[in-house]
Design a protein around this ligand. Sequence first.
Ligand code: UD1
Length: 427
Amino acid sequence: MKESFVINGLGGQHTLNGDIPVRGAKNDALKIMAASFLFKDTVAITNVPDIDDIGALSALMQSLGARVARAERRVEVSAPTETDTTLDRVMTKKFRASVVLMGPVLARYGKISLPHPGGCVIGARPIDLFLRAFQKMGATYSIDDEYYHIETKGGKLHGADIFLDIASVGVTETVMMAATLAEGTTIIRNAAMEPEIQNLATYLVACGSRVEGVGTPTLTIHGGDVLESKGLEYKVIPDRIETGSFLVLAALAGDEVRVTDCDPSHVRALLSLLEQAGVQFEVGEDAITVRKPAVPYKAVNVKTHEYPGFATDLQAPMTIFLTQADGESLVFETMFEGRLNYTQDLIKMGADITMFDPHRVMVRGPKLLTGRELDGPDLRAGFAYIIAGIIAKKRSVIYNVSHIDRGYEKMEERLRAIGVDITRVAE
Ligand code: UD1
């Protein structure tokens, strides 16, 4: 059943008040679930967000013989000792993170067949770096009927010295997982350093994996045996993208809003820009309080970058912010070429935005937006539309919110608690 969000906008008023809690990070929870294939015992994961992508990965892993038990925000996964290593086409295409199963499944069971993964349409999103890394680790692959078939020699990957042309999050994670069970030592150079990768690596180390250089761009992994959790629970870190999106919303429509259950150290790049723009906030240990501005916000330039730079996943919310800041801001999306397309809809809402090329737009503000009917294009832009609808005057309808539900837990309920007029309706 397709559903929509109907939002009655605030027309630029700052009336939202209260606490809004951040849930566990989707991009952390999905990866540790995939990593469970490296374990001989059950992996218990806590602070798992109640979102559709978790259900999608659970179903895909169950189809490979894993046992997945999910209750509230806790998930327990037990990997099978043997499995048919072909990933279901429909299930795999539901989300991009299915691709990280490649590493653990290949390393544990010696082969994997999968179709090109799905996920948000935010650019080409090829898997060439994954394939090249596994080739270096001794695997071979063929393609038929839109399926990639990847196989190890003699059931084992071997260590390799791998330079990533792009500091890819998914490739870093899946190669790190694979290297844990490979023969010999693997070095990943120009590795991504996102907090989710660090959390995963720290846990793998606690369970017997030998990963060195966690949090740096060079990871050295000495391969070994299947891991054992021995009951050690994995705690998913707070979602830094949700944190940042709430901060933007609070800055644009809050009287006094406290974003709670977050890790402020993970959103430093955003806080730095918000500070320069004149946003008034106070940072606590696990909460950030944003207060209504005394003077109009100032324009700032944004350039997306791998962590600890400005997250591409926060680019859309930040662009909404800039429509309300005084002056010209350049937004440079360096990572994904389709990721500024949503700005066409903001223009229809009254924003003054010029696109120079698929990677760069100029935003001139402030411009009061007017609500309209919008189609939720991808997960992050979908949430940006929610923010746009809240600050606009009049009513907005966001159609097909399934992409938003993939990554955000019961968003309308949490927003209503701070005063947003938002309802979920069947289409
Ligand atoms: C992850 C996040 C996503 C975030 C992105 C960048 C998950 C589930 N998703 O996605 O929310 O936007 O990091 O922070 O964790 N690339 C190639 N070839 C490859 C792999 C990637 O060219 O084989 C390119 C991508 O097209 C993109 C760039 O590398 O332009 C970075 O993407 P990557 O870091 O891999 O993103 P994901 O892991 O897919």
